[in-house]
Design a protein around this ligand. Structure first.
Ligand SMILES: Cc1ncc(COP(=O)(O)O)c(C=O)c1O
Length: 467
């Protein structure tokens, strides 16, 4: 039996079993996965090594980056955190099926939507999510914003352990609050929280902490001990833990994701957890996420403060629902493929690009590259200052993230990012966008196939060799 046949069979067996409980609100069009399996002879995974060409699909990673870099060539987009793989076939089939209903009025989530969220978390991580306390949100950040607004007020500080996901800064800004950064330290290639500084800042009055687990961009899968240490400090000083666990399904071989709320009631009762199938299965364009807390009064507080998301995008709810039912093999094989990507990149850098040091991440598909050598070789700090001074003097402006006109300001990371784009035709992210501790680093998205990764690394190698 070929691997593909085995997979088809596995899908069929699983879905026949699951068919009875796959209800839904689809009226006369049944979305029974059993039927889909019979009809389409589908598999529950894909060939990750084939990748997926997204150029010309309005993708941010390729098309938007080309648009904002007129006249430049982009060979490989490795920026925004989404993936260049074919979607789970069961998702595509379910969405096609829904298209047959030519009406797009208000619609409930599939009846088993929350059951499937609960079942996924139980099956994969052994955690019992309180079903009645699950709230929908358009995105994980949308949920973070609702929580910040419900638990804080204008001018409050929100603690981040940096380097961390750049958009947290924007969301905190949207809440009219300020980011406070506790810079982490790298010890033997792995990031560690500076607990003294962490406690000092919280004891100083910070009441909101955004935990990123696994951590974007450093790739840490926080251990139970590490989480407990952070949690104990937060609980001692009455600081709420907002656990963004959107990357939980990306765990590299040999590592483990520990859900924050699984540490025990003391931790679960003083936290929210936010997740989505959209990151795990690359459904981010569907805008569908969820969050929960074991503490009912916390959920009520978010609702009382105006978070109203009973309904989400119809396609997003269907896609997420099907993915959580049928995505186990897809996620396992994706993780195996991504793990190989990390090993491949590590070897390539070791062998051929000594100016870039890389310790493969434990979770996420994001490589956090120590490019200190490249920054130095390019004299990036000096060049960034010169460019900023020139732009200030000559009033060279650009639109910032919030659509305001600002002086085009350079960090060293931004200078390196533009250098890589101009000379290697690859888009990667500037380390300084991730807060304190980002200087000297660049973030590279490895959720693509090996051919693309080879192209990107070969281009970067050639550009550096030409210096
Ligand atoms: C840690 C983290 N949180 C949240 C998001 C954004 O999620 P959403 O699009 O669901 O708001 C991302 C996307 O890259 C992320 O890495």
């Amino acid at each position: 039996m070929t691997n593909q046949t085995k997979l088809n069979r596995r899908f069929f067996m699983k879905t026949v079993g699951a068919g009875a409980v796959i209800g839904g609100t689809m009226g006369s069009v049944s979305l029974s996965a059993a039927a889909m399996g019979q009809m389409g002879g589908m598999s529950d995974t894909v060939n990750f090594d084939a990748g997926y060409d997204r150029v010309g699909t309005n993708s941010i990673k390729f098309d938007y980056i080309k648009m904002i870099n007129p006249g430049k060539t982009l060979d490989v987009g490795m920026g925004i955190a989404d993936m260049d793989f074919r979607a789970l076939p069961a998702v595509t089939e379910a969405l096609k099926k829904r298209l047959e209903i030519e009406n797009w009025g208000y619609e409930l989530p599939p009846m088993d939507y929350q059951d499937n969220i609960v079942a996924w978390n139980k099956r994969r991580y052994g955690v019992d999510i309180p079903k009645a306390n699950i709230l929908n949100s358009l995105g994980v950040l949308d949920g973070v914003l609702s929580i910040l607004l419900a638990f804080g007020k204008k001018g409050d500080h929100v603690l981040l352990t940096t380097p961390t996901y750049s958009s947290f800064f924007h969301t905190i800004h949207d809440a009219r609050m300020h980011s406070a950064e506790s810079e982490m330290k790298q010890v033997n290639g792995r990031y560690q929280v500076d607990y003294d500084d962490f406690e000092k800042q919280i004891a100083g009055g910070i009441k909101l902490f955004i935990l990123c687990n696994p951590q974007n961009p450093t790739g840490n899968c926080w251990t139970a001990d590490e989480l407990r240490k952070m949690g104990d400090i937060c609980n001692k000083h009455g600081c709420l833990v907002i656990a963004d666990e959107i990357h939980c399904d990306f765990v590299m071989d040999g590592h483990k994701y520990t859900p924050y709320a699984s540490l025990g009631q003391a931790y679960a009762q003083n936290s929210f957890t936010l997740k989505s199938a959209s990151k795990s299965f690359n459904l981010a364009g569907h805008r569908t996420a969820y969050f929960y807390s074991d503490n009912r009064s916390y959920i009520d507080r978010v609702l009382d403060n105006g978070h109203q998301r009973l309904l989400l995008n119809i396609m997003g709810m269907i896609a997420s629902n099907v993915a959580l039912q049928h995505g186990d093999d897809y996620i396992d094989e994706q993780n195996a493929y991504l793990t190989e990507n990390t090993r491949y990149v590590a070897k390539f850098c070791d062998d051929r690009i000594p100016l870039i040091k890389y310790h493969p991440q434990e979770g996420t598909y994001l490589a956090w590259l120590d490019c200190t050598g490249l920054y130095d070789k390019l004299d990036a700090h000096k060049k960034a200052k010169e460019l900023t001074d020139y732009n200030t003097k000559n009033n060279v402006t650009e639109m910032d993230f919030f659509n305001g006109e600002v002086i085009k300001n350079y960090t060293a990371g931004r200078y390196v990012k533009e250098w890589v784009m101009d000379n290697a035709r690859v888009d990667i992210n500037a380390g300084q966008d991730y807060g304190k501790g980002g200087d000297g680093f660049m973030r590279m998205n490895l959720a693509t196939n090996r051919a693309m990764i080879t192209k990107a690394l070969t281009n970067i190698e050639a550009a550096i060799n030409a210096l």
